[in-house]
Design a protein around this ligand. Structure first.
Ligand code: 5AD
Ligand code: FES
Length: 360
């Protein structure tokens, strides 16, 4: 095991081994990565205020609670003024960055609205607030338009880098095409976005080897940021039918932390988010991720009224707290995890800075 902790790079077999560790060996692995990583990258943790501004979605992913075919989802769309206010809140509270996320739409009413919104947010925050967007698959022109309007990071999870598994969790059609998704990631990189991706962990039919391949995919793709967390079955989705073959929730949680630690070994200088889904299983889930390799946390600052409706999965945490409560509780939690908050810093991925030689 000690050899794996200092190797230049790791093979698929070595990664599978690390991801599947249990018991005292696992404890040793997680602690060693945590210590090594604090020594090299430091203690800083960056906040991204997350605004889930709409749950209207034109896609039908088999795992997702806001999929188009879920008639039981109460749909909402927060108006621009309220989104801008949330951005000002993030700026005033020294969050450094904002993440705008919604269900996927590509009509021009939507794409132009986002362009205007990005410009308005930049203006309202003196150009100081970093803006990440997570708005799904779009054309190159739209990605460019949004980049020019002020977004500089993009999150688009690949969900699984294994094509066969991808089509077990998505319909196999025009709108859910594996190659298109990969091409979107490449386009985002070409335009100059700091590009983030990620996967769900503990999906039905998923193996340790596939998870190891996911980590190698991030490396091959030269990804700057990763967000990955446990899959949590949602009753109103097709994947719920496979609930009996899923790993127990605790196993999904444990393997998620193993994935984060293994990725930190494989890609020491990228940004890794402590996914909110971790907290749906363990109240201290995100803090644990911060101990073992994650360096980004995304406080939910969506206006409270709508938070309960953005239910990608059930038992989603903090859906009834105001943004202010959330940030107080988070700063205490971050300190408890032995980390420091990088107030008002964009916290760009060091990997990206090395590739492009610039940061704020
Ligand atoms: N369980 C866990 N994560 C989910 N996501 C969507 N549905 C679920 C679920 N049931 C994740 C996907 C998506 C991100 C916004 O939320 O990875 O990319
Ligand atoms: Fe909305 Fe997958 S269900 S993008």
């Amino acid at each position: 095991m000690d050899i794996l902790l200092v190797k230049e790079t790791l093979t698929r077999d070595e990664l599978s081994f690390l991801i599947s560790l249990e018991g005292v060996e696992r404890d040793y692995f997680l602690k060693s990565v945590g210590n090594k990583y604090i020594e090299t990258l430091g203690k800083k943790v960056y906040f991204r205020g997350l605004v889930e501004f709409s749950n209207y979605c034109t896609k039908d992913c088999y795992y997702c609670g806001i999929r188009k075919s879920n008639n039981h989802s109460e749909r909402y769309d927060i108006d621009d003024q309220a989104i801008i206010e949330a951005a000002i809140f993030a700026h005033e509270n020294k969050y450094g960055s904002l993440v705008l996320q919604s269900g996927e739409r590509s009509d021009t009413t939507f794409t132009s609205r986002i362009t205007n919104l990005l410009k308005a947010i930049k203006e309202a925050t003196n150009g100081e607030l970093g803006i990440t967007i997570s708005l799904g698959e779009q054309s190159e022109e739209v990605y460019r338009e949004w980049f020019e309007a002020g977004a500089h990071r993009y999150l688009l999870r690949i969900e699984s880098s294994n094509k066969e598994l991808y089509y077990k969790i998505h319909p196999e059609d025009e709108k859910h095409n594996f190659e298109t998704r990969i091409n979107c990631l490449k386009t985002l990189q070409k335009i100059g976005y700091q590009t983030g991706t990620g996967v769900m962990i503990g999906l039905p039919f998923q193996s340790y080897e596939q998870l190891a391949d996911d980590l190698l995919f991030f490396k091959d793709m030269n990804i700057d940021m990763v967000g990955m967390g446990p899959f949590i079955e949602h009753t109103e989705t097709p994947l719920y039918a496979h609930k009996d073959i899923l790993w127990p929730l605790q196993r999904r949680f444990d393997v998620s932390l193993n994935m984060i630690a293994a990725l930190r070994l494989l890609m020491p200088d990228i940004n890794i988010a402590a996914a909110t889904a971790l907290q749906a299983i363990d109240p201290m889930g995100r803090e644990k991720a911060l101990r073992f390799g994650a360096n980004v946390i995304m406080p939910n600052i969506t206006p409270t009224l709508h938070r309960k409706d953005y239910t990608l999965y059930e038992n989603k945490p903090c859906t009834d707290e105001g943004a202010e409560d959330c940030s107080n509780c988070l700063s205490i939690r971050v300190e408890m995890a032995g980390r420091e908050i990088g107030y008002s810093e964009w916290g760009d991925s060091k990997h990206y800075v090395k590739r492009h030689g610039k940061s704020n």
